[in-house]
Write a protein that binds this ligand. Structure first.
Ligand SMILES: C[S@@+](CC[C@H](N)C(=O)[O-])C[C@H]1O[C@@H](n2cnc3c(N)ncnc32)[C@H](O)[C@@H]1O
Length: 207
């Protein structure tokens, strides 16, 4: 499988244009709405061009930072005046127990070492801090259901189809598998809800 860093470096511009869609934006805002009360220090891991980071900054202000390892994605985020750093999910350059939340919007499914990345997320969260993940949901029925709903908005249907294609290549989660991955990393799952018309899962977990 192609390393996703190379892929996202190559597609930063079309990715940025396509995902500035109201439906994607709405779900970024939904994720930001699940931050712990009073959160001030938040890392948007795998921030890409910053769609999710924009909403986190609206929610918490200047303490929200984006991180990604694809330089062309980071350049696009910087054009939006977002503070971002180059990092790898496997070794976060962040002190232990120093963050109120780590968000991963469409990121975990791309990673080769998911347990390693989640262990890092747990390490950097303060006790009571939250991991918020929006990931593609498995299941042909969910694909059919989600895409049928997306068809009402043709451009969004195109974005959803691309996201579905990516996750067909890299992997998807059932709620049970996502819960098991989070719990194995020592995180306590608060909720896992369907989102994006059944195409995705939004997980909220706590250290
Ligand atoms: C599907 S995009 C999501 C971008 C953004 N969160 C959004 O909601 O639009 C996934 C991002 O994760 C990044 N990524 C993948 N693996 C990574 C890793 N190991 N470390 C840091 N970033 C990674 C990719 O470069 C890409 O920008």
């Amino acid at each position: 499988m192609l390393h996703s860093g190379a892929l996202f470096d190559a597609v930063a511009l079309p990715y940025d244009l396509l995902t500035r869609h109201p439906v994607w934006e709405r779900h970024c805002a939904l994720m930001a709405g699940r931050l712990p009360r009073g959160a001030k220090r938040v890392l948007d891991l795998g921030c890409g061009p910053g769609n999710s980071t924009v909403h986190l900054r609206r929610a918490v202000g200047s303490g929200a930072l984006g991180g990604d390892y694809a330089m062309s994605m980071l350049r696009r985020a910087r054009r939006r005046a977002l503070p971002v750093v180059c990092l790898d999910a496997g070794t976060l350059p962040v002190r232990d127990a120093s963050l109120d939340a780590v968000t991963m919007h469409s990121v975990l499914y791309l990673l080769r070492d998911q347990p390693g990345a989640l262990a890092e997320v747990r390490r950097v969260l303060r006790p009571g801090g939250r991991a918020l993940l929006l990931e593609p949901q498995a299941g042909h029925l969910n694909t059919a259901r989600g895409l049928a709903r997306a068809l009402r908005t043709p451009l969004w249907a195109g974005v959803a189809l691309l996201w579905r294609t990516m996750s067909a290549l890299y992997g998807r989660f059932t709620p049970e598998r996502l819960r098991a991955a989070l719990e194995s990393a020592g995180l306590r799952v608060l909720t896992i809800d369907e989102t994006l018309g059944g195409l995705g899962l939004l997980a909220v977990a706590e250290r």
